[in-house]
Design a protein around this ligand. Sequence first.
Ligand SMILES: *[C@@H]1O[C@H](CO)[C@@H](O)[C@H](O)[C@H]1NC(C)=O
Ligand SMILES: *[C@@H]1O[C@H](CO)[C@@H](O)[C@H](O)[C@H]1NC(C)=O
Length: 378
Amino acid sequence: MIAGKSLYILGFLGAIANALPEPAVPQVTAPAKLEERATTCTFSGSNGASSASKSKTACSTIVLSAVAVPSGTTLDLTGLKDGTTVIFEGETTFGYKEWSGPLVSVSGTDITVKGASGATLNGDGSRWWDGKGSNGGKTKPKFFYAHKMFSSTISDIKIINSPVQVFSINGAKDLTLSGITIDNSDGDVEGGHNTDAFDVGSSSGITITGATVYNQDDCLAVNSGTDITFTGGLCSGGHGLSIGSVGGRSDNIVDNVHIENSVIKDSDNGVRIKTVYGATGSVNNVTYKGITLSGIAKYGIVLEQDYENGSPTGTPTDGVPITGLTLDGVTGTVKSSATNIYILCAKGACSNWTWKGVSVTGGKTSGSCSNIPSGASC
Ligand SMILES: *[C@@H]1O[C@H](CO)[C@@H](O)[C@H](O)[C@H]1NC(C)=O
Ligand SMILES: *[C@@H]1O[C@H](CO)[C@@H](O)[C@H](O)[C@H]1NC(C)=O
């Protein structure tokens, strides 16, 4: 239907252009009612992505049915009309190219993005995986930009084998992601790296609920933002539920983060806050409640103010204070080679912490914690 309408408009333009002396360019506006109609548009196959990108503002519901996105292109659903619904059906695939992506990008207000039953977005990441993630080797496309999404929801999306980072949530407000599954477990043996599930920056009112994540980096990483909630999640194989790294970006404020009722297993870390060495910013009012750990390989709880990409310096700095940190019911076990709890604060830079029901066992007790605020312990 859309294709027919476009042809009609093109033909009409051509007819006018032929009839007029040049250089006049006719201004033809689409029929006024077109945008107000409830229009379901279905796109599929190898032309589906470009057709959807072209026609997106004429559709109130966009169905992407087994779309094969060509290499080096974004399935571009930015600038959708208010109230648009996007439904993924079947398997969405992506061509191979070394580029930075994203493979999918969505923006708009009152947008609903959802996966139909059995739908998958398959990154086939092994084509890029070389164990180096975003630190080198092949340039790998990021997967899904949820930038500038307002009062919107993304639900029941299943992503398989992302080349590198999965969801980038930036400049968003009042966005809920529910029932998201990210299964990058093939990357455990095939070289997946930096496959962060949810990276949040400069956003407010973000709720991530019921996520299931198998990956090789942070399950959640909040670099900046306010009023961020993560509940009912399962994180496996990665680096834990993280705040940070905070510092050194354009926005370095983290405020009001609530992480509750989640399981972290077979991961490098459980609960993690990392602020950047020598940087400025703040981390305030962060709560971890009802977090269960098992099979943790490095640190059950790690709170450090000495972070640098690659390796921490070992010397904490006070430019990004961590205040109002509540740990309530953080329990479980780490591997015997791991450290139960590690706290590396600069003098006076960690305060007003409340810890209750914190019990991490099975590993070593750290001998190098520093400036532990009252209420907490290593
Ligand atoms: C702390 O953050 C929570 C949300 O996680 C919010 O409900 C609460 O009002 C915040 N507390 C203060 C003092 O701002
Ligand atoms: C301490 O942190 C809590 C949140 O955990 C907050 O409600 C309270 O206002 C903070 N107190 C001070 C003195 O900052």
